[in-house]
Design a protein around this ligand. Sequence first.
Ligand code: PLP
Length: 387
Amino acid sequence: AFQRAKRINGIEISQIVQISETAAQMRSNGTDVIALSTGAPDFPTPDFVIQAAHNAALAGQTGYTATAGTNELRDEIARQNNASRDQVIVSTGAKQVLANAMLATLDEGDEAIIPTPYWTSYSDIVAMAGGKAITVPCPMAQGFKITPASLEEAITHKTRWLMLNSPSNPSGAIYTKTEIRALAAVLQNHPHVWVLADEIYEHLSYAPFVSFAAAAPELANRTLIVNGVSKAWAMTGWRIGWGVGPAPLIRAMTAVQGQVTSGACSISQAAALAALTGDRQLLTDRLQDFDTRRKLVVAGLNAMTGITCPEPDGAFYVFPNIEEMMAKGGFKSCSDACNWLLEKAHIAIVPGSAFGLAGHARISFAYSQSDLNNGLSRIADALKKLR
Ligand code: PLP
C-alpha cells in the first residue's frame, strides 16, 4: 500500500485551497456560491507586463536561466533593496523562497518562531523541512502582533528563525518602526536567531509600511527579506518571488533551488523585471480600490451582531472575531461555523483555525464590490437565522 514519508505526515492540501475548491465544485454543480476565500487580486496583470513577457518569448528568452535568476532581474531587485546581486535569489513564487530558506537551514528539530495567526504555509514548510514550528499566540487585543516579551520567552538554543509577516496574512497587521526596533533589541541578545521578513504585501499598505531591513539594519547579516510580484502586480500565476539576504544564505538556497526547479520561468522573470521597472501609478490606483473595499467590508461586518472586525492596516483580508456568532449558533468551532455558512448561505470564507487562531475567520476583499456586497448580505441574512 502507499505509504507517505514521515516528513509529510500530517501535511494536507491547504485548508484555504480545499475550501476554495469545494466552492468551485458547488458552483459547477449549479449552486450560486460566493467565494471570499482566496488571496489573489481580481485585477488583471498590467498590460505592459504581459507585453514584456510576449517580447521576451519572441526574442528567444525561452531557455533555462541562471539558477538564482537572470542578472537583469537580480540586479534590479538588488538596486531596489540596497543589496548586491549575490544577495538576491529569484524563485518560483515567494513560497519557494520560504521553502528554499527552510530546507537550506533547518536541521531535524530546529525551531522557527511563528507569530500566530500566520499564513498556513509557514508551519507546513517548516515541518516539511524537518523543523519545529513554535507558534506564539498574538491575540486580537494585541493587534495580532508578537510582543518583545513573548518573543524573548519563545527563544531557545534551537531557535533558527523568527518568521515575521508584515503586512500580515491573515490579520493585515503592520509592524511599526518602533515595534520592529523593540523586537530587534531582543534579537540583539540572541545572535543565533535569524529573521525571515515576508513583505509580500508591502504595496498593499493603508498605514505606513516600514521594511524590517530598513528598521533594523544592525541585523542585516541575519535577515532574509521575502517579496514578490504576485500580490501587488496581480501576478499570482506567473510564480515570481525573491529573497534578499546574506550571500552565504542565498548561495545555500540557490543550491536547494537548483535541485528542485532549476530556477524560475524565464518569461515570468522578464515580466517581473518590467513590473519592477514600470510605472507604479497602477499600484496606487488599485490600492485606493482595495481601501474602498476594506472600509466597506469592515463596516458591513461590524454592523452585524456576533461579529467584531478590527480594521486591517494592510493586505486584502479582514480577520474578524466570530465567537459571539459561534455561541449563538452553537457551533463548536470556527470551522463548523464556516462550513455552515458555505452550506446554508453559499458563502465561502476560511476559519481562523487554518491560521492557528480559533474563534476567527478570514475574509478576503480581493473581490469586486458587488461580490463583497452580496457576500456580506448573505452572512447578515444567515446570522439572522441564529438566535
Ligand atoms: N507570503 C504570504 C504571507 C502570502 O500570503 C502568500 C500568498 O498567499 C505568499 C507568501 C506566496 O506568494 P507567492 O504566490 O509569490 O508564492
